[in-house]
Write a protein that binds this ligand. Structure first.
Ligand code: NAD
Length: 419
C-alpha cells in the first residue's frame, strides 16, 4: 500500500521527522532550510518499444537530497505507486541512513512509474537502458550510485552498469551496487538488509534483558528482507511464529517450518494455505502477542489506527517508513522499544558501500569478512543511537535522526556552506 497522499504526503512526513530532530539540536534557520529540501530533482519522460510494436511513454525520477558527506546513494524503485513526492521522501531518508551508520555518502533515490511484472524481459531491459541514459547526467561512481529497491533486481543493476559503461567506453563497475557477483557485485549483498535487521534485533533483545528462553517473532512481508530476516533469526535461536505477504499471513505458535514454507510459497505464489499453520489476515499479524515484530513490507503499516493494539516488546522497522509519526508516540508511551528504519534496514546500504569500495580498489573480500565488518558498523551505530536516546531522554527514532542530522549539519558547517 502506498503512503496516503491525501492526509499527509510522504515528503511532508519526512520533513516532520527532520524538524523534530532539528528542534532537539537547535539548528540554525539557514541550515534547517537547506536540509529540509532536496538538492536536485530530475523528472524524465522516455519512450519504450513494446514487443507488440507499440511505443509507450514512461516517467521516471532521480532525486539527490544531500551530498555534503560524499556522493549520493540510493535505490531505484519500479512501481505504479512511484511519485516525485515519494522519491523525495526516500532520498531524504537515505541521507539520514548513511549518516547514522557513519558511511561517507549523501542520499538519493530514483524510480519509474511502471509495474515491472507487466513487462517482458526484453521490455524491462529496454526501459532500464532508456531510464539509465536519461539520468546518466547525474549518476556515476563519484557522483551518485544507484542500487536495487522494490521492483528492481541485480539484473536491472547489471543493465544500468552496462549502459553507463557503454557511454564511458570502459567498464564502470562502481557506478551501481547490488549487481550480480559476475560483474563486480559483493558477496553477502543479497541478504545484507535482513542480516542487519537480525544483528540489531539480537542486540536490542540483549539490551532489554528479555527473560523468555525463546523469544517469538512475527515478520510482515516475506520478500528479500523479510524472508532472510526470518531465516537468520530462526538460526539465532528465536521462534518465528508468523509471517505474511500482500495476500495474507500464516501463524503457528509452536514455530513455523521456514524451509517448508519457502517451498510452499514457491509453489503457490503466496504463504497462505500452508498446512502446518493457520491462515490469518495480514493486519492480525501486527497485533500478535510476540516478543519481536518486524514490519518488512511497505510504508505506513502501523499508524494511529492500530498502534495501541501492537503487543510486541520490540519492533525492528525493516521496511522504510512502516510506522507513522503519530504511531511513534503511541508506541513510545506504551513502552514498545523501537529500532527505527534508518538504522534497522541500513545493512543493505552498508554492504552496498563495501561493494563500491571493492569495485574502486578492484579487490574483493570473502563473505565472512563482509559480515564481520557489517556487524561492527551496525552494532556501533546501535549503541551510538541508544546512548543519545538515554542521555537526551528522547525516543530511539528521534535519537537516530538527531545523530544523523548533526553529522550532516557538521559537514555543512565545516565546508563553509552555512558557517
Ligand atoms: P520485496 O518486494 O522483496 O518484498 C516485499 C514483501 O512485502 C513481499 O512479500 C510482499 O508480498 C509483501 N507485502 C507487500 N505489501 C504487503 C502488505 N500490505 N502486507 C504484508 N505483506 C506485504 O521487497 P524487499 O526488498 O524485501 O523490501 C521490503 C522493505 O524493505 C521495503 O520498504 C524496502 O524499501 C526496504 N529495504 C529493502 C532493502 C533491500 O536491500 N532489499 C534495503 C533497505 C530497505
Amino acid at each position: 500500500m502506498a503512503v496516503d497522499l491525501q492526509s499527509s504526503s510522504a515528503f511532508a512526513i519526512a520533513q516532520r521527522r527532520f524538524d523534530a530532530a532539528a528542534d532537539v539540536l537547535g539548528l540554525s534557520d539557514n541550515t534547517r532550510r537547506l536540509l529540509r529540501e532536496v538538492k536536485r530533482e530530475l523528472t524524465v519522460h522516455f519512450p519504450v518499444h513494446h514487443d507488440d510494436g507499440s511505443v509507450r511513454l514512461y516517467t521516471g525520477y532521480r532525486v539527490q537530497h544531500n551530498i555534503n558527506r560524499g556522493p549520493a546513494k540510493g535505490g531505484i524503485r519500479y512501481s505504479p505507486d512511484v511519485t516525485l513526492d515519494l522519491v523525495k521522501a526516500l532520498a531524504m531518508l537515505m541521507t539520514w541512513k548513511c549518516s547514522v551508520v557513519g558511511i561517507p555518502y549523501g542520499g538519493a533515490k530514483g524510480g519509474v512509474i511502471v509495474d515491472p511484472a507487466a513487462l517482458s524481459n526484453h521490455e524491462l531491459e529496454h526501459l532500464t537502458r532508456r531510464y539509465a541514459t536519461e539520468i546518466a547526467l547525474l549518476i556515476g561512481p563519484e557522483k551518485d550510485i544507484p542500487a536495487p529497491d522494490l521492483g528492481t533486481t541485480p539484473q536491472v543493476m547489471a543493465w544500468i552498469m552496462d549502459t553507463v559503461s557503454m557511454h564511458a567506453g570502459h567498464s564502470v563497475t562502481a557506478s551501481v551496487t547490488g549487481k550480480p557477483t559476475d560483474v563486480g557485485g559483493s558477496e553477502g549483498r543479497q541478504e545484507a538488509a535482513g542480516r542487519g535487521v537480525t544483528y540489531l534485533t539480537l542486540e536490542a533483545l540483549k539490551y532489554l534483558h528479555v527473560g523468555e528462553e525463546t523469544p517469538t517473532v512475527a515478520v510482515q512481508g516475506f520478500g528479500q528482507v523479510g524472508s532472510s530476516t526470518a531465516r537468520l533469526l530462526r538460526e539465532a535461536g528465536l521462534r518465528v511464529v508468523a509471517v505474511s505477504d500482500s495476500r495474507g499471513g500464516v501463524h503457528n505458535p509452536k514455530g513455523l517450518d521456514l524451509a517448508a514454507l519457502e517451498e510452499h510459497r514457491k509453489f503457490r505464489g503466496c504463504v497462505s494455505g500452508f498446512k502446518k499453520a493457520d491462515d490469518i489476515a495480514g493486519a492480525e499479524l501486527l497485533e500478535l502477542p510476540v516478543t519481536v515484530l518486524v514490519p518488512a513490507a511497505t510504508e505506513q503499516q502501523i499508524t494511529e489506527r492500530n498502534a495501541d493494539r501492537v503487543r510486541a516488546r520490540l519492533i525492528t522497522e525493516a521496511a522504510n517508513a512502516a510506522i507513522s509519526p503519530d504511531a511513534d508516540s503511541i508506541l513510545h508511551e506504551r513502552g514498545v522499544f523501537l529500532v527505527p528504519d534508518i538504522l534497522a534496514n541500513a545493512g543493505g546500504v552498508v554492504v552496498s558501500y563495501f561493494e563500491w569500495v571493492q569495485d574502486l580498489q578492484a579487490f574483493f573480500w570473502e563473505e565472512e569478512e563482509i559480515n564481520t565488518k557489517l556487524h561492527h558498523v551496525i552494532t556501533r551505530a546501535f549503541y551510538e543511537v541508544l546512548h543519545a536516546s538515554v542521555n537526551k531522554r528522547i525516543d530511539m527514532r528521534i535519537a537516530a535522526y538527531v545523530l544523523a542530522v548533526q553529522r550532516v549539519a557538521n559537514a555543512t558547517t565545516v565546508r563553509g556552506i552555512y558557517p
